[in-house]
Design a protein around this ligand. Structure first.
Ligand code: AMP
Ligand code: GLY
Length: 416
């Protein structure tokens, strides 16, 4: 998990001590990094017991999909420690596209028409492709580190891709099942919900910039920048999102007997003013979090305690009216091959209008902050208008340097 949540946590009244596993050079300045993998449940268990941990906030999807919340609930020594994040069944909203689509269909939540296929039904998959208009959207059912969605312009390519996904397991076990769905034309945005299983709060919306190159060209990344609020997500549109998507999602989970305590990140397409769900994630996202959480003015521990104790309806959530913009600085070559270990200079020159959230960094043996991932630092600024927020972030991006530094210069330009 990157530093954004930790900054909100640092400001929280009830916080006594903050540990981050595994953390990075940035989180090390906000709390104590713990050298534990997020899927090392036994290691996390021992750590929690030895350090009297009072709440566990799960950042990424993998431990949730692998059942970390269930692991805590079923362990006598851990069951009283609240876990922010759904159990395995709820995490399936992200862990299986087929599960998510079936959930949306059953609960009448607007989403693209689809069918799912496996090895045995490859031929039917070909016929389904023939019945659709291009472009063709193919999605590996399981977790594929953000790479499992392929959009193709011609049916021959789509059939070849389907064959590779199913027969050659192109995305490993994740593509043993493939969802093929109707292409939705429109503009994307994300909404964030936090729920205690019955009550929910809507957090600020965000728009991210997924492709590596300017003008939305090149391969998909985790996101090269984000803005919040989303200018086209006006009150009318957001009311539709809440009525047709958020409420039926929360009540649908309840109706299916799934106790969901945590964040729901809903990827949406605005198709001519009507919202459709593209995907669910069972967590917050990066870089969306770096613009959503800075706009939460109220105490984040109060919010999370509300989730833990099923009292979210009694929690006061105050949102900052200002606009937030974040620019992600990445390692040259990302999202494909890139080098690590490059010394980062200029972090001390970042001014107080901007927060530099470190995501892929570490301290080397000489105490230098060096790159340690493809996504390196997100520069977030708040301002009364988006243009100023962007200008502040870019000004500070220029102050920081490392070998291979790369970023998009057009974040937010399309919505200004
Ligand atoms: P996902 O990993 O499900 O978020 O999909 C990755 C990206 O593919 C999305 O952010 C969209 O840009 C695009 N996408 C996914 N599904 C559709 C769809 N049905 N129509 C158009 N674009 C889509
Ligand atoms: N930015 C997309 C994600 O976190 O999944």
């Amino acid at each position: 998990m990157s530093t954004h949540l930790h900054i909100n946590l640092r400001k929280a009244q009830a916080l006594t001590k903050l540990f981050i596993a595994p953390g990075n050079a940035g989180t090390g300045q906000l709390g104590e990094n713990v050298d534990l993998a997020v899927t090392d449940f036994e290691g996390i268990k021992n750590f929690c017991i030895n350090n009297q941990i009072e709440m566990v906030i799960v950042g990424p999807e993998e431990p949730l999909v692998k059942g970390i919340a269930d692991f805590f609930r079923s362990d006598g020594a851990l069951q009283n420690i609240p876990v922010i994040g759904p159990r395995q069944k709820g995490a399936m909203l992200e862990g299986s596209k087929d599960f998510a689509k079936d959930f949306m269909y059953r609960h009448g939540i607007p989403t693209a028409a689809y069918r799912s296929f496996d090895k045995e039904t490859l031929e039917e998959g070909f016929s389904f492709i023939d019945s659709l208009m291009p472009p063709y959207v193919l999605k590996a059912d399981g977790l594929a580190a953000g790479k499992g969605v392929v959009i193709l312009e011609n049916s021959g390519e789509a059939k070849a891709e389907l064959t590779q996904m199913l027969m050659d397991e192109k995305f490993g076990a994740a593509s043993r099942k493939v969802v093929i769905e109707q292409f939705l034309p429109g503009i994307e945005l994300s909404v964030f919900v936090v729920t205690d299983g019955a009550n929910y709060k809507l957090l600020p919306s965000a728009k991210d910039y997924k492709r590596i190159f300017e003008g939305d060209k090149g391969p998909n990344t985790g996101g090269m920048g984000a803005v919040s609020p989303v200018p086209f997500a006006n009150a009318d549109f957001m009311a539709k999102v809440e009525e047709t998507i958020v409420k039926p999602t929360v009540t649908g989970l309840q109706a299916d007997g799934i106790t969901y305590k945590g964040f729901i990140f809903i990827g949406l397409m605005n198709v001519g003013g009507e919202p459709f769900v593209i995907e669910y994630n069972c967590r917050m996202g990066d870089p969306e979090t770096e613009v959503v959480l800075p706009r939460i003015k109220s105490d984040i521990i109060d919010l999370l305690e509300g989730v833990a104790h099923s009292s979210l309806d009694k929690v006061y959530l105050e949102i900052d009216e200002r606009a937030a913009a974040t620019v992600m600085v990445v390692s040259g070559g990302y999202p494909d091959e890139y080098e690590k270990g490059k010394i980062i200079t200029g972090l001390d020159d970042v001014d107080n209008k901007t927060t530099a959230y470190q995501t892929g960094t570490k301290l080397d043996e000489h105490g230098n902050i060096v790159t340690n991932g493809g996504r390196v630092i997100a520069f977030t600024s708040l301002a009364s208008d988006l243009e100023t927020a962007l200008r502040r972030s870019y000004r500070n991006v220029d102050r920081v340097d490392f070998d291979g530094k790369f970023y998009r210069k057009d974040i937010g330009r399309d919505v200004l």
